[in-house]
Write a protein of this length. Structure first.
Length: 94
């Protein structure tokens, strides 16, 4: 599920990274972009992606996709991205 409004979050250098389409390059995800701090983590937990989730660009003309790497323990996605979480017995690399 995507995060539709970043207005509810405050931007900073410490917090949860937010993944947007520009952060998906060559089948990898860069989380060097801005991080957002959240007052109540429970309100955004359903928007978080985890290692093994598959991300697809939902907007634009570029067909971008990537698997969330193990080094990304938690991150948020924007409404420009679709996330798929596979069952444990399916490998996301295939």
């Amino acid at each position: 599920m995507p995060l539709y409004s970043l207005k509810k979050l405050s931007i900073g250098t410490i917090g949860i990274p937010v993944i947007n389409i520009k952060d998906i390059n060559e089948n990898a995800i860069s989380v060097n972009s801005a991080k957002y701090s959240v007052k109540n983590l429970n309100t955004i937990r359903r928007y978080m992606v985890h290692p093994g989730d598959i991300l697809f660009a939902a907007r634009g003309t570029q067909m971008k996709c990537a698997v969330v790497q193990e080094n990304i323990r938690e991150a948020l996605i924007t409404s420009n991205i679709i996330a798929i979480r596979l069952k444990e017995n399916i490998l996301p690399g295939f």
